[in-house]
Design a protein around this ligand. Structure first.
Ligand code: PEP
Length: 249
C-alpha cells in the first residue's frame, strides 16, 4: 500500500533562527514510521535546516529549482546544488510559481524532468483556479498540468508525487471538501493509469494541498485516493504540522 507523504512548504517565511527551531521541533515530534514527513524551507536555510534534522526521519525538500546543471543562470539553483545539501524532494509547478511568478508550463515541465532525472522525489503540483472550476474546466486544467510529465522518462513511481492543490483553497482557509478532493484525486489516478499504466497509477502518491489543517486532515487523508498533504500555513507551527503528520500515520 502507499505510505502517506505529508510535506510542509514554508514558502518565503521564517528567519534562520526560527527555521532551525521549527525544524528541530518537527524532527523531534515526527512519527518515526507509517508516514513520510518532509519540510521545504527557503533555499537559503536548506543547509541549516538539513543539519537540524540530520539523523531524523524527516526529508529535506526544496520549493523550486532550475533545470540546467550549472552555468550562467543568475539567481538560479540546480538539482546538483540541492543534492549537495541532502535535499530529497523538490516541488515543481506550485500555484504561486505558476500564477504569481508567471512561470510557464514549458518551464515547469523542464524542471520536473530535471528533478526526476537528478534522482530526487518529484512533487508536481497541479490545480485549477476558481473561475476554471466554475466553468467546469477542472479536469482539463489538471490533465494539461499532468501532461507536463513524460512517462517514458519517469518509471519509478516511488519518486513521482502529484500534489493536487486547488488554487482557490491555497492560503484561503477554504479547503476542498473530502468529496471534492477525492473526485479530482480519482481523476488524477485514472489519468496516470492511461498515461503510464495501472501498476504505476496504483503506486503513485497524490497529496492534497489547500488549507489543510489538523481539523480537516484526517477526513481528507481518509479518502481512497488521498495519500498525504502538502501544507503551507499550518506547516509553520510545529504543533499543527505534527498533528497533520500524525493524522496521516
Ligand atoms: C501550499 O502553498 O502548498 C498550501 C497548500 O498552502 P496552505 O496550506 O496555506 O493553503
Amino acid at each position: 500500500m502507499r505510505t502517506k507523504f505529508v510535506a510542509g512548504n514554508w514558502k518565503m517565511n521564517t528567519t534562520k533562527a526560527s527555521a532551525i527551531e521549527l525544524a528541530k521541533a518537527v524532527a523531534k515530534g515526527a512519527p518515526a514510521s507509517g508516514v513520510n514527513v518532509g519540510i521545504a524551507p527557503p533555499f537559503v536555510y536548506l543547509d541549516a535546516v538539513g543539519q537540524a534534522i540530520a539523523g531524523s526521519a524527516v526529508w529535506l525538500g526544496a520549493q523550486d529549482c532550475y533545470f540546467e546543471k550549472n552555468g550562467a543562470f543568475t539567481g538560479e539553483i540546480s538539482i546538483e546544488m540541492l543534492k549537495d545539501l541532502s535535499v530529497r524532494f523538490c516541488l515543481t509547478g506550485h500555484s504561486e510559481r505558476r500564477h504569481v511568478i508567471k512561470e510557464p508550463g514549458e518551464l515547469v515541465a523542464k524542471k520536473a524532468d530535471a528533478v526526476y532525472a537528478g534522482g530526487l522525489v518529484l512533487v508536481h503540483c497541479v490545480g485549477e483556479k476558481i473561475e476554471e472550476r466554475d466553468a467546469n474546466k477542472t479536469f482539463d486544467v489538471v490533465r494539461a498540468q499532468l501532461d507536463e510529465l513524460q512517462p517514458s522518462k519517469m518509471q519509478d513511481a516511488s519518486r513521482v508525487v502529484i500534489a493536487y492543490e486547488p488554487v482557490w483553497a491555497i492560503g484561503t482557509g477554504r479547503n476542498a471538501t473530502d468529496a471534492q478532493a477525492q473526485e479530482v484525486h480519482h481523476f488524477i489516478r485514472e489519468t496516470i493509469a492511461k498515461k503510464w499504466n495501472a501498476d504505476f497509477a496504483a503506486a503513485v502518491r497524490i497529496q492534497y494541498g489547500g488549507s489543510m489543517k489538523p481539523e480537516n486532515a484526517k477526513g481528507l487523508m481518509d479518502q481512497a485516493d488521498v495519500d498525504g498533504g502538502l501544507i503551507g500555513g499550518a506547516s509553520l507551527k510545529a504543533d499543527s504540522f505534527l498533528a497533520i503528520a500524525k493524522a496521516g500515520s
